[in-house]
Design a protein around this ligand. Structure first.
Ligand SMILES: [Zn+2]
Length: 120
């Protein structure tokens, strides 16, 4: 059975040989910002403290997808979309029941008149 020299002397969970332990490395400067959405969900995002890295005014909430902001007030919830209307509801917005009845009667008369025509 061949023995691997790279495994000799290593511990379980240790990184690849030659790479220092991550816990001993100094982390780059960073800023943690608390974001809140209109529904009260909170999340923290971490940004690098470097030139050119800008903290966005708002981002999407991880839980509900609504806009989340940081600072004093969370962004307001967007207005709910108009309720769904069926084609029948749109029709009733355009015409009254009497107008509809008159149109149906007119169409039936035209249909009956068409049937009375002699076949060609
Ligand atoms: Zn949310």
């Amino acid at each position: 059975m061949p023995s691997s020299s790279s495994l000799r002397g290593s511990r379980i969970g240790a990184g690849p040989p030659g790479v220092p332990d991550a816990g001993s490395q100094e982390l780059a400067p960073r800023t943690t910002v608390l974001f809140r959405c209109g529904q009260g969900h909170k999340m923290t995002l971490t940004f690098a403290d470097e030139a050119g890295v800008e903290i966005p005014a708002s981002t999407a909430c991880r839980r509900c997808g609504m806009p989340a902001g940081w600072g004093s007030a969370p962004p307001a919830l967007p207005k709910p979309a108009a309720p769904f209307k069926t084609p029948m509801e749109f029709l009733r917005m355009r015409r009254t029941q009497q107008e509809g009845d008159a149109l149906v009667e007119q169409a039936l008369q035209a249909l009956r008149a068409g049937r009375k025509r002699p076949a060609t």
